[in-house]
Design a protein around this ligand. Sequence first.
Ligand code: AMP
Length: 193
Amino acid sequence: MRLVLLGAPGSGKGTQAAQIVSRLKIAHLSTGEMLRAAVASKSPIGHVVESIMERGELVSDEIVVGIVAERLHGEDVKTGYVLDGFPRTVSQAVALDKVLADRGENLDAAVELKVVANDLIDRIMARASQAKAKGGKERADDNPETFALRLQAYEAQTAPLVDYYRSKSVLRSIDGMQAADAVAAAIRNAIGA
Ligand code: AMP
């Protein structure tokens, strides 16, 4: 099963991706996590992307597509994967289609988590305080100022992917405002697995 999870920041993509991968025993490919790991390890890519991510802007297509294409060579993706946070631009989606076509593969579904923009900031701030309560570190981009920019980036650059995947007949839209378990059940139903 090869899936893309689409949704605004704070829509619950990470939570739902975690549920899907543990149920279907497939890989969780989060570009945000990969980029945060690059920043934490102070790799050359980490240096380039750190300030871009802190500002809430999108990292270049070239960097992100390169990271994902490399990751798709891993052994663990053979049984399938959930792409969480990728693609985020139409050009990334086209690049993904090319990688898949070269391997004779296709996407089973692009799952869109639909949420009300006004509620997202509350979710993001809840995530920041939960991370703090667990003794973890808050994300550098989980604050109201950066969040507004991340939402703008989503609306301008990522939202067009909904039409992109609809035109390919793989779009499955889910009401992301339900409780997390209800969202998970709706996804199971939508993807038939
Ligand atoms: P996320 O964890 O998915 O919310 O991503 C955190 C940040 O990483 C985003 O705000 C972007 O700066 C960067 N990022 C993650 N995925 C992508 C992507 N597919 N394209 C460009 N930038 C990305």
